[in-house]
Write a protein that binds this ligand. Structure first.
Ligand code: CDP
Ligand code: MG
Length: 756
């Protein structure tokens, strides 16, 4: 491809070849998804699908006179938006034309479903309408978002529209970050935050209305909230629930709440012509770059939106595009129109994210390269061209590895249509699909699989248990997760000592629920009590709760690697993180110090914030802050007690196998254990990520007897020679006996219920 991006793109190619066929994906994930979904379609189904699509060829065909007029005048709509005040812009949104009727329906019903195209004003306007209609006189309005970025950016926009400071009347809350105050009446938050709030306040008394936004995304927390909010609706007559959705699933949501009304916001979209790739595209990064350049050189003004799967690919694409532009400029004598290349993904710093909403300088064409975050959560005006790779990243629970993995996966037809629709918001657009029409019709699933059916449920089980929902199989799920997943997650919680033999929360479990952390991290923190090293594990857990703090610019890779090595604590990445935090503190938390040592100051500051919030919870629970100072073994033991589930045994140089299931896992070259001169026989790791190989992230060497001590259900010192097969058998036996116990309990319960 190009000089700059080539190494990255090469790595991506390797990844892509893994994802090429869906078949291979099922093998990789070793997942039961295929069975759950009935991936094998019947012939009739395919025919039906084909018929539906054959006639269309184009996505939705509705025009709006008001907008067309502006276009005829040659005024691009984004210019039009810029020339109007925010208040005027509000009145041009499709939802404005139905404001009165909508508020009427809300007054008359306790629950309604609102359906409207992306960009019609659901997220930014609904909350304001409710406020204007008096719903904030006795209570506040909450609006949930599946994505953190959306919660933040929308809250900012609404605070601007209401001419109030962010955090005052309008605020947002995401995990570890609460930008609300005593005056807040409109609160945007992630669905996870609201879910946690139900723990403290099951009736959600402070909320007068909850808008469950983007419900079609079917995120894990949204799905659990559905069941919980259904209860709140039954308990509180004064409470209103509004579920908003892109066209997908509206009926299903309405039925779940007892056939509640569905309110449709009239669409205002322009036709989008869809062009398919003629052949299977071998390399979608390369194909995308070519397509984008072609559009830029040959097509009339209008911005481009590209859908890629993740940060690495986005960066590679942006590099490649910049290179092509450079080449073009140096090889032609003519003036080349300007192209403003803008990446967009959730980990991107906020100031760079904001750029996608701004107008490009000197009339340049914007080219936004985004993850599926731009599918529905964010609306950018002025997009006329969409390039769709047909892939996206999805978190999938891989039972074989016993972990969630973010994997590249072909998108669904519904998602593909949603992506195409992005091109038709401000004028007639074009969508280039880098896959064949036959792949669209025959290979893509009709709609995405709800997260609840494809992820690990550890956290959800813990939450529901603490809400005193004893039998999870009876919980009112819209689409129940596979029973195996629930049992698997319960088993893991049992192993951690969170659930007892009859599936109820233990004392440790009750304490763990207080922390907004994944179960193993919460366990690591709390075990610090026993080992008298709370301060040390607190810092490690905080560092693990933020994205990597290492800064590794591509052009200074060696220098930054050398800087990182200076922090290494032999045998432990966890202790290395602790060391970094301690040194940062010793240097008065200075930003310059971070820059000198190739550390990301924002990441470290975030860790410090997380740490102070966790500290607050520890204070509330009256847990004494103990420290073991520099006794490394004690801290390593605490780590081991939380992560023995992720124990691995040395097999070759840098090569390990998971002790429980024999899955291969590798030391990452950036680990403190890499190039130690020796490699420890046993390690535990924080998580496994699947890129070119299965890499263990954040590794610590442990003693085998610790594994036997903390994980007696898996390991014992005596039979350390026991074959993997025997281990597995034993594990199965343990698991079956636990399931039997739980089964017995369930039977007893049912019997007791029947008798009463
Ligand atoms: O939720 P829905 O997709 O129906 O629409 P919305 O997010 O409320 O967006 C309504 C309008 O506000 C669109 O024209 C967006 O471009 C604009 N908006 C914005 O300019 N900046 C944001 N951060 C969010 C929305
Ligand atoms: Mg929205």
């Amino acid at each position: 491809i190009s000089r700059k991006g080539s190494a990255l793109v090469k790595e991506i190619h390797e990844k892509q070849s893994m994802n090429k066929s869906r078949q291979r994906f099922w093998e990789l994930a070793g997942s039961k998804l295929g069975d759950i979904l009935g991936v094998e379609k019947t012939a009739e189904q395919i025919d039906e699908d084909t018929a539906a699509v054959g006639e269309q060829g184009e996505v939705d065909f509705k025009e709006d006179a008001k907008f067309s007029k502006h276009l005829e005048k040659g005024e691009a709509v984004s210019d039009f938006a810029k020339s109007k005040t925010l208040a005027q812009q509000r009145q041009y949104l499709p939802i404005y034309s139905v404001r009165y009727e909508l508020l009427q329906v809300i007054r008359e019903n306790q629950v309604i479903v609102v359906v409207g195209e992306t960009g019609s004003g659901k997220t930014t306007q609904l909350t304001q309408y409710l406020h204007e209609d008096g719903y904030t006189t006795n209570g506040i309005i909450g609006c949930t978002q599946p994505r953190r970025v959306a919660a933040m950016s929308v809250a900012k926009r609404v605070s601007e529209e209401m001419e109030t400071e962010l955090g005052n009347k309008v605020g947002y809350a995401i995990r570890f970050e609460d930008v609300t105050g005593p005056n807040t009446i409109i609160k945007y938050m992630t669905d996870g935050v609201l879910l946690r709030e139900t723990l403290k306040d099951p009736d959600l008394d402070k909320y007068r209305v909850i808008v469950m936004d983007e419900a079609h995304e079917r995120s894990l927390s949204t799905d659990v909230l559905f069941g919980i909010l259904k209860n709140v609706v039954a308990q509180r007559r004064d409470f209103k629930l509004i579920v908003t959705s892109a066209t997908l699933n509206a009926e299903k949501f309405s039925n779940f709440f007892g056939s509640v009304p569905i309110f449709y916001i009239p669409g205002r979209t322009f036709p989008v012509s869809i062009l398919y790739s003629k052949t299977l595209c071998e390399d979608y990064v390369e194909a995308t770059v070519k397509q984008a350049m072609t559009v830029h050189i040959t097509s009339p003004p209008g911005d481009i939106l590209i859908f890629m799967t993740g940060q690495d690919e986005i960066e590679a694409t942006c590099h490649a595009l910049a290179d092509r532009m450079e080449q073009l400029i140096s090889s032609t004598k003519k003036v080349v129109p300007k192209l403003s290349i803008l990446p967009m993904y959730s980990q991107l710093p906020a100031d760079l994210q904001a750029k996608i909403f701004q107008k490009a300088e000197d009339g340049a064409r914007k080219c936004i390269v985004a993850t599926n975050i731009a599918e529905t959560s964010l609306t950018v005006d002025g997009i006329l061209y969409v390039i769709d790779t047909g892939y996206g990243k999805m978190k999938i629970y891989n039972p074989k590895m016993g972990m969630d993995a973010l994997q590249v996966f072909p998108i669904s037809r519904a998602a593909a249509d949603q992506r195409a629709g992005r091109a038709g918001r401000t004028g007639p657009g074009t969508c280039y699909r880098l896959y064949t029409e036959s792949a669209y019709i025959n290979e893509m699933l009709p709609s995405p699989v709800p997260e609840i059916q494809r992820t690990h449920l550890g956290n959800v089980v813990l939450l529901l248990k603490s809400l005193k929902i004893e039998n999870l199989l009876d919980f009112d799920f819209m689409d129940p997760p596979p029973q195996d997943n629930i049992l698997n997650s319960m088993y893991q919680l049992w192993v951690l000592g969170t659930l007892n033999n009859v599936g109820s929360l233990t004392a440790l479990g009750w304490e763990m629920v207080e922390f907004p952390l994944d179960p193993p991290l919460a366990k690591m923190l709390l075990i610090g009590k026993q080992f008298k090293c709370i301060i040390e594990v607190l810092t490690i857990v905080s560092m693990l709760s933020v994205p990597s703090v290492f800064f590794r610019p591509k052009d200074r890779a060696e220098e930054s690697d050398a800087a990182r090595e200076k922090f290494f604590v032999p045998g432990s990445d966890h202790l290395t993180l602790l060391n970094i935090y301690r040194q940062w503190k010793a240097n008065q938390y200075r930003g310059n110090w971070c820059n000198e040592h190739f550390l990301d100051v924002k990441g470290l500051r975030k860790a410090r914030e997380v740490r102070s919030q966790l500290l607050d919870i520890l204070h509330t629970l009256e847990i004494p802050l103990t420290s073991c100072e520099h006794d490394e073994n004690t801290v390593r033991k605490a780590i081991c007690s939380a992560y023995f589930y992720n124990a691995a045994r040395l097999k070759g140089v840098g090569e390990y196998v998971n002790c429980r299931n024999g899955m291969p896992c590798h030391l990452h070259p950036s680990s403190a254990l890499y190039g130690l001169g020796y490699t420890p026989d046993y390690v535990v790791y924080h998580e496994l990520t699947l890129t070119t190989k299965e890499y263990m992230q954040c590794v610590t060497a442990v003693e085998p007897q610790w594994l036997a001590e903390f994980g007696p259900m898996f390991f014992s010192v005596k039979d350390s020679d026991m074959s993997l097969l025997q281990h597995k058998k034993r594990q199965e036996e343990e698991k079956t006996s636990m399931e039997e116990e739980m089964d017995d309990l369930r039977k007893l319960q049912t019997k007791a219920e029947r008798e009463s």
